[in-house]
Ligand binder design. Structure first.
Ligand code: HEM
Ligand code: HEM
Length: 484
């Protein structure tokens, strides 16, 4: 125990000193830039050197692959969490040095990527320090109370990390290319924020489909209630922010503002339709329809370049396809139910279509700013190839999200008598302790009602069946099916 404590303190000190050293070296390096940046530009003309490339790959791997996996391992309290995040942090440290040590192309000082890097780096240091404290497992007395305070911080920063890393990667991309300066800033922000929001919504839909069907049912509201509320709120904001009311209407003001208006009008209708005549949650077509009409409207901006026109058209079609397939899914595949079956553990292959297309439209939109289109055009890339590249990226992120959710699903149910208990639907931490507590409560309640008795005995049966064969037998599922 004492050795463990010493180890932790030593680890803490050495991690802190390493990061301090890195910060110092960074400050020195920042003053060593000799190359001249042309007037009005933010980058020199040289190609990227291999250190920059290494930086890019290592950071993308650490922040984009290792940390998200580690996050899931943390949420599910796997013993692999600490080793995984330790490897991730070590890689991030190497990436940090490389970021400061690069030659080749030079960038204007105080660029958004280097500014945000500091914030991200500080958060990572904090995360590691807090993590090491938690790892100490000092759970008694004053330390126990401090631990209670520290846990939520580690938890929130840990879950925000993939999102912040995503932002930093986008910043990295635009810094490398010298994009999004001056007049381009507004357009960049619009494309990256909205495109990112589409991808985020795709991820949320994936989580709900794969792991959250029962959770959604337990909220007592239809999914469209939440979607419509967000749409209405967002529309409201856009109605007032896309145009300075009282001044002249310029450029695309009309389109952006009317889009805001239709969003809140439709959103309100969607909220209304999310209950049936008896007040039960009810599915509806509104959010999907808003996506459909948004796709139509957004792809109608006139474009100058051929490749740009094609990318925008494909974006519009993809987003409209999300809307259409989502309406078909809700009305005809699910027949207005929240899930295909009671267990909430299954789905129809069709249900993946709107979900995936959401990612694809996000990537198409993120890849369609004016500057990007000029770059693509200059490289002689045609619209079809460019679209295929963006679809490939969408597939990669879609696959990775599926893998992470699967990992979560597997790990969060392991200790609770197999996947046939409803453990997998808990989306936020605390799974195992809480699960055991609830199991105990349910055990005490056994026999109170016929249905519950049946249910509990099935659960125990499943557990025994699973323990004895240790393979996911279909026995549990069959029993469950016959129980209902
Ligand atoms: C390398 C240093 C790290 C150590 C020693 C560490 C340690 C821990 C420990 C002991 C827990 C369990 C807390 C508890 O059950 O009370 C935990 C949870 C967690 N960690 Fe870390 N961690 C580290 C880095 C990270 C990083 C870099 C991230 C994110 C990118 C992260 C994300 C999380 C998350 C999301 C949880 C789940 C918290 C919850 O229950 O909601 N950790 N960590
Ligand atoms: C989340 C992952 C990333 C992190 C944490 C990160 C962090 C850093 C840090 C700390 C620096 C040094 C900043 C400075 O000079 O003050 C840096 C520089 C740089 N990074 Fe990243 N980076 C990440 C991803 C990327 C990506 C994906 C790209 C490109 C696509 C990129 C391109 C660059 C470039 C070009 C520089 C040099 C900037 C300059 O000299 O001012 N980085 N990065």
């Amino acid at each position: 125990m004492a050795i463990g404590r010493m180890y932790n303190t030593a680890g803490l000190a050495s991690a802190a000193s390493l990061f301090a050293a890195a910060a110092l070296i960074g400050a020195v390096q920042a003053h060593n830039q000799h190359k001249v940046i042309p007037e009005g530009e933010t980058v020199t003309k040289e190609p990227l050197d291999s250190i920059t490339w290494l930086h890019i790959f290592i950071q993308m791997f650490a922040y984009g692959v290792i940390f998200p996996i580690g996050m899931v391992l943390g949420i599910t309290k796997s013993r692999w969490h600490v080793p995984t995040q330790a490897v991730g942090s070590a890689l991030a440290l190497v990436g940090f040095f490389l970021g400061h040590a690069h030659g080749g192309r030079q960038y204007v000082g105080g660029n958004v990527h280097s500014v945000f890097a500091n914030i991200l780096q500080l958060l990572l240091v904090a995360q590691v320090v807090l993590g090491l404290y938690l790892k100490g497992h000092w759970e008694r007395g004053i330390n126990g109370r401090i631990r209670l305070l520290i846990r939520p911080f580690h938890s929130v920063i840990g879950k925000a990390m993939p999102l912040l890393a995503w932002v930093q990667m986008v910043f990295g991309g635009i810094t490398t290319l010298g994009f999004c300066q001056g007049d381009h800033l507004g357009q960049c922000a619009a494309h990256f924020i909205m495109g990112g929001a589409f991808i985020a919504y795709g991820i949320v839909l994936t989580i709900i489909l794969l792991a959250g069907q029962l959770w959604m049912r337990r909220t007592g509201r239809s999914q469209e209630f939440f979607d419509s509320s967000v749409i209405a709120a967002w529309g409201c904001v856009n109605t007032f922010t896309e145009h300075r009311w009282g001044s002249a209407w310029v450029r695309n003001d009309w389109q952006h503002t009317t889009m805001g208006i239709v969003w809140w009008c439709a959103g309100l209708a969607g909220i209304w339709l999310s209950r049936d005549r008896d007040g039960n949650p009810k599915r509806n077509f509104i959010p999907a329809f808003v996506i459909l009409i948004t796709g139509w409207a957004m792809s109608a901006h006139p474009q100058e370049l051929m490749v740009s026109a094609m990318t925008h058209a494909m974006f519009g079609k993809t987003l409209m396809a999300v809307g259409v397939t989502r309406i078909i899914e809700i009305a005809f595949i699910l027949k207005d139910k929240q899930s295909l079956d009671e267990s909430g553990r299954t789905w129809n292959s069709f249900q993946y279509i709107p979900v995936f297309l959401m990612y694809a439209s996000g990537f198409l939109f993120m890849g369609a700013t004016e500057e990007q289109m000029i770059l693509v055009d200059a490289a002689g890339l045609d619209g079809v190839s460019y679209t295929l590249i963006l679809y490939s990226l969408a597939f990669m992120v879609f696959l990775f999200s599926n893998m992470l959710i699967h990992l979560y699903d597997r790990l969060s149910t392991k200790e609770e008598g197999g996947k046939y208990s409803n453990g997998h639907i808990r989306l936020n931490g605390n799974s195992n302790e809480e699960g055991r507590l609830r199991d105990a409560e349910e055990f005490e309640l056994e026999g109170l009602s016929d249905e519950e008795e049946h249910d509990e005995s099935q659960r125990m049966l499943n557990r025994t069946a699973r323990a004895s064969t240790d393979t996911p037998s279909t026995l549990g599922r069959n029993n469950l099916a016959s129980a209902h």
